[in-house]
Write a protein that binds this ligand. Structure first.
Ligand code: MCN
Length: 796
């Protein structure tokens, strides 16, 4: 009897290899490749008057130096705008190499291909660029003021203005017994995967075939872009994503300039070519996120029930909009969290600034939305003198109200309709886990020792598993081993383990016998990518369906071989047997029987001969079946599935130094049925660590001229292990999704979403100060204390 693996803590198969240093990353591919170095703009906004590359050509070891002038065909066109939107009336994307103008420090201007990176980097110094400097637009306030423009033809620096509403929010607020206004800000930050971006290309001129290895979250997206830009047929381009040292969203944008420039160089030079991003490049030439200013108007009743909510916000989009409006659209819809907002109106402006582009970073607009809504809940509770958890509870969507339609359109263009959840049960769990009701006693004890503590709570709902589709291919070898392929990529989420669990359960094979490949267009050419916490829902469901097909075929063939009815068969540990008898056949032998050619020529066919299945010349493949023991299928959901969670944190603030210490961090999480609770908890741990970074440490410090002042790990503060909680108390709730066969919802971004909201609440509770902007540093907390005591007429 094979034990079901769904829901069990199976050890990750990836880890042994990775922790021993035997992973294979893009930079490990083609050690003999030529290297690319990119000349990047030192100015945030400038016209390029001339570029002189003459001196570079004389340098020994340099194979090529190219600027925009050397690009032709589709390569000379701007990079694609991946997700257009009707309101994105002024979308702009950059060129692979800048044409005429640069719009942020770090924008690619020229490339050198040389024997090695050292030579290529040195050669960049010999390129002479004549710039006419233009005034830079840095920060949301400057962009809004529009005294100067990022793009001459974009009035007001507004790339897009979008609004949605459900009901008449203004009227509801005007009629409400209580009202509040809040201004809330989140600063710009970015994800910092250990491995930066990277790409390698090899051109096989004899076969007209291009092979590309990319550290990407979408190998099929890169493939489509490379083929289109270089004028190649899709079937002549393979994109392989080997091990990826983290993506966290930034690697979903594609193609990066280097992702098309490196293949172009490989084709032109007939040699393997490589680009590996360094850390400084990651800071100034990949992508950032998060920066938004928000204005909230809310009307509510005596219980704290929201009657009307109006949110206006401004999104810093950086210099270009390659990924469309996904981030602000997510904020505008997902800020509603688990609540019924009464009448709702939201409007945002997506603004150009002369800074690095903005694309989704884990959480993608949700940390901002959660901050806005949870700050609003806390403000309502404070104004009514009510318990913060109680105010949340009166606003919850109730378990019997699902599916719950918010009357809005979500990021995927479909209705914002929650599929399932149980927010009251979750609130009970988080209160128990963190000790909410006992906290005042703890506060008093701490105060007795001269210590200041505070508690904060934040709730969120997260749309996960967005479409349109993912596919899977399950192939049973004659050895009985099972090879599974799905097209989306892995950056550390443990897909090889979780997907193997699904296949082992469905097929009845041993977990050890299943091997999963992701992100290789040679194995699965149709796929979308890994983002929006969609792999478990999308590929998990597709794999489940494909395994089911393979199983049905195996049972059909085995039934004929065993002269039994399909209904009487079962598969366990990779062997098909007739229930209640000794008759059985290994799946590997069924695979032999499924393929007449293999039967004739394959050594493994001996097994079939020994098994004696009747006429060896007549393969028992049912009429209409294709040869081979495999199953292929796709999954396409009707709409997103909505996971949810609640975080609570207890902090201590130092009365003298303003240091903020985490005493307890608790998480209750609902991602439907869990495939692997250990992986999900690992995802939560990583997310919480990023949430701590976003709340207390990480920000992009631009000066007025658009120079990023902290573009290194010396200056950009990422939390070390010493700054993240040593233990996180986690409890799960499983409200299955009715939208997919396994009842799952996504989990990959959840941990990061409520970080800023929960910390702001806890610090506010400890300090009795209003916290309206995150992240918050000890010196900012000190300034707030000083301002408060000055206002109160005390000596600071
Ligand atoms: N899982 C599960 N049961 C569920 C849901 C998920 O066991 N009910 C497991 C899945 O099988 C998968 C993991 O949890 O192994 C995450 O699944 P999912 O929520 O589907 O998220 P994705 O796999 O699509 O990963 C994307 C998500 C995003 S959007 C970012 S950003 C992110 C993240 O995952 N980047 C990561 N987690 C990351 N983790 C690592 N180590 N590195 C990154 O770059």
């Amino acid at each position: 009897m094979t034990t079901k693996l769904m829901g069990t803590k199976v050890q990750r198969v990836e880890d042994d290899r990775l922790v021993r240093g035997t992973g294979r990353y893009v930079d490990d591919v083609a050690p003999d490749a030529l290297h690319v170095a990119v000349l990047r703009s030192p100015h945030a906004h400038a016209r390029i008057l001339s570029i002189d590359v003459e001196a570079v050509l004389d340098i020994e070891g340099v194979h090529a130096v190219w600027t925009y002038e050397d690009l032709d065909g589709a390569m000379a066109e701007p990079l694609p705008l991946l997700i257009p939107h009707p309101t994105l009336t002024h979308g702009r994307t950059q060129y692979a190499l800048a044409k005429d103008e640069v719009n942020y420090v770090g924008e690619a201007i020229a490339m050198v291909v040389a024997d090695n990176r050292y030579l290529a980097e040195d050669a960049l110094a010999s390129i002479v660029v004549d710039y006419e400097l233009l005034p830079a637009v840095v920060g949301i306030e400057t962009a809004r003021a529009a005294e100067r423009l990022v793009h001459d033809d974009v009035p007001g620096n507004v790339a897009a203005r979008m609004e949605q509403s459900n009901g008449d929010a203004a009227a509801a607020i005007a009629a409400a017994p209580h009202t509040l206004s809040l201004d809330l800000a989140i600063e710009r930050s970015a994800c910092m995967p250990m491995e930066g971006r990277g790409v390698v290309a090899k051109w096989d001129a004899d076969n007209g075939r291009l092979q590309v290895w990319s550290s990407t979250q979408t190998s099929t997206g890169v493939r489509a872009a490379v083929a289109a830009k270089l004028g190649l047929d899709l079937l002549k381009v393979d994109v392989i994503t080997p091990d990826v040292g983290g993506g966290f969203g930034v690697k979903i944008n594609h193609p990066w300039p280097e992702e098309v420039l490196v293949p172009l160089a490989a084709m032109r030079l007939g040699r393997p070519v490589k680009f590996t991003e360094d850390r400084r490049e990651h800071f100034i030439s990949s992508a950032h996120e998060r920066a938004q200013l928000h204005h909230v108007e809310v009307g509510f009743d005596d219980d704290g029930r929201v009657l009307g909510l109006d949110v206006r916000f401004w999104h810093d989009h950086g210099a270009y909009t390659p990924y469309g409006l996904i981030v602000p659209i997510i904020t505008s819809t997902q800020l509603l969290g688990p609540y019924k907002p009464g009448a709702y109106h939201v409007q945002f402006d997506s603004l150009y600034t002369n800074t690095v582009i903005v694309t989704p970073y884990r959480g993608a607009g949700r940390p901002q939305g959660c901050f806005v809504m949870e700050r609003t809940m806390d403000a309502i509770a404070a104004s009514l003198g009510k318990d913060r958890a109680e105010v949340r509870a009166v606003n919850f969507i109730q378990p019997d109200e699902f599916p719950y339609d918010h009357g809005l359109i979500f990021q995927d263009g479909r209705e914002l309709e929650y599929d399932s959840g149980d927010y009251p049960a979750m609130l009970t769990k988080i209160k128990d886990l963190v000790g909410w009701d006992e906290f005042e006693q703890f506060r008093a004890e701490m105060a007795g020792q001269g210590r200041r503590v505070g508690i904060g709570l934040a709730c969120y709902v997260e749309g996960t598993g967005v479409g349109p589709y993912e596919g899977a291919h399950v192939h049973i070898e004659t050895s009985g081993k099972v090879k599974v392929a799905t097209g989306l990529t892995s950056q550390g989420q443990g897909h090889q383990t979780a997907f193997a669990q699904i296949v082992a359960d469905e097929l009845g094979v041993r977990f050890e016998d299943v091997e999963v490949t992701t992100g290789d267009t040679r194995r699965m050419p149709y796929a979308v990518g890994t983002f929006a916490s969609r792999a478990a829902v999308m590929s998990g469901s597709a794999i489940h369906k494909a395994a089911k097909k393979a199983k049905e075929k195996a049972l059909r063939i085995a039934a004929e071989a065993l002269e039994a009815d399909v209904e009487d068969l079962e598969i366990a540990d990779g062997v098909v047997s007739v229930r209640g008898t000794d008759a059985s056949i290994p799946l590997g032998t069924v695979a032999v029987l499924s393929n007449p050619l293999r039967y004739a020529f394959d050594e493994a066919s001996k097994a079939a001969t020994q098994f004696s299945v009747g006429d060896p010349g007549k393969p028992p493949v049912a009429e209409g079946d294709e040869p081979g023991l495999e199953g292929k299928d796709f999954y396409s959901p009707p709409r997103s599935t909505f996971a949810s969670g609640m975080h609570a944190v207890i902090v201590e603030t130092d009365p003298d130094t303003c240091e903020i210490k985490i005493l307890k961090y608790a998480v209750v999480h609902d991602c439907g049925h869990l495939i692997n609770p250990m992986i999900v908890e690992g995802q939560i741990h990583g997310g919480v660590a990023q949430g701590v970074g976003g709340a207390l440490y990480e920000r992009m410090a631009y000066d007025e001229s658009g120079q990023l002042l902290n573009a290194s790990f010396m200056d950009f503060l990422m939390p070390y292990v010493t700054e993240v909680p040593t233990s996180i108390d986690i409890d799960h709730l499983e409200t299955p999704s009715p939208l997919n066969p396994l009842g799952i919802k996504g989990a990959g971004e959840a941990g990061v979403i409520p970080g800023s909201a929960a910390f702001a609440a806890a610090i506010e509770d400890a300090e009795r100060l209003s916290i309206t902007a995150m992240p918050i540093s000890p010196s900012e907390l000190f300034a707030l204390r000083q301002a408060a005591s000055t206002n109160a007429g005390e000596t600071p």
